[in-house]
Write a protein that binds this ligand. Sequence first.
Ligand code: AHR
Length: 523
Amino acid sequence: MSIDTLNMSTPAAVRRVSEVRAVVDLDEPGAVISRHVYGQFAEHLGHGIYGGFWVGPDSDIPNIRGIRTDIVEALREIRVPNVRWPGGCFADEYHWRDGTGRPGSRARMVNTHWGDVVEDNSFGTHEFMLLCELLQAEPYISANVGSGTVREASEWVEYLTRGDDSPMSALRRQNGRDEPWKVRFWGLGNEPWGCGGRMDAEAYAATARTFGTYSRDHGGNKLYRIAAGANSDAYEWTETLMRTLGFRLGHSRPEGEGVGAYQAISFHSYTVPGTAEAKGSATCFETDEYYRTLARATQVGEQLQRHAAIMDAYDPDRTIGLALDEWGVWLDAEPDTHPGFLYQQNSVRDALVASIHLDEFHRHADRLVMANIAQTVNVLQAVLLTDGPTLIRTPTYWVFEMSKGHQDAHSLRVRLDNVRRVESDGRSLPLASASASRTEGSALISLSNLDADEPALITVELRGGVAGAARGRMLTADRATAHNTSANPDLVTPVELSVQQRGSDLVVELPPHTFATIELEVG
Ligand code: AHR
């Protein structure tokens, strides 16, 4: 394929265009990509809940019993599968009973982690469960292990999920909810090595086993308990948590009391372009920082692979799931905002951080059961930002929207050839990333051109299937720093991408720093 055939305005001879080949095997469907790797995370932090999801029933901003209508609509469009709540670090200080009962008369507390502000608990269990119902998303609730009690966690499960007239179900009815809710995902604390209690792996594993044991299944409700795991590459946490379940290298699945204490192990992985003190600006960065951010984002692939390898060694039948229940780019808070509220803008570069992560999630579909971007609204790598009554969909939002067809589809292997690389942060960063999936009559291919300056001509070679109609979309802008604001909310939104079909090849040209998808009918 000659680049001249693509009808580009500048002659090929004077343009630098990388020519990349992507081979997709349509006839070798791999593991199903759990929809839950597209999960969200909503913590009581800054304006994530208050001034984000929650405006209260008396607000002028349209709302459904206090929850912003436009946020619900925007998140329904990306098919949010689950929402993790109430934290984060906040979860290990949260006492759930304070967030129940008549609004206005609820107990207050200090949110010591995030801004040292007073929390009035007006958004509590009932409000969160309403949010999940509106989103048609599953709740993922993190119990307080750091400063709570086993009894408190146990009673919260009973309150949420029990149907008869037990003490906690009676209390729930008294608070206005007759029917029990369905709750599957149940987190056992958060970052126990840090804000969640400064424990070592052994101490936490024993604690998790106790909390997991007393977080009971009531009636038909079956909990899927998720133990809080490693920070990024602290692989020994994963090993300790596997051993605590009774797994031993070279032995078959253990039986006995400890085995059901948790069904999955999580870890967290943030992408920080700079240092802990100076993380980097969301909207002012040069090319070297752009590449460093992407190079650091790619580390999640190795982390997934190594956590999964440890789990495979102990549990070759893959009975225990891996969850990455916090991920995203963590930047300096915007100037003139509360530093403890972690409010940051979101650029095209961050959209590429997202696409790199999603590609890795698709590749690790055989072990990864869940992932949650941090966080949904107004916090860190937000998919949505609010500015008074205006709702802004960020570039990261659009990556989720364009990728939603991967949910529950079979992962397909993609081999990339002839990819240019740059050296950054001691790593060799490939300047293209891709993944693909298929369902019964269709396939979805994700392609990212990570090159800061040069377009990429990508030829997708489809093997093992007959391709029908193809629809391409891309997310790009003149600059990688481009972002959406209330003055210009649609600066970075998907546009049509021309896809040339040549026999079993698809050819697209992606501008620099661009994410694209091709939806394909497959025979
Ligand atoms: O997402 C913000 C914070 O990052 C969470 O509360 C904590 O778990 C992590 O350190």
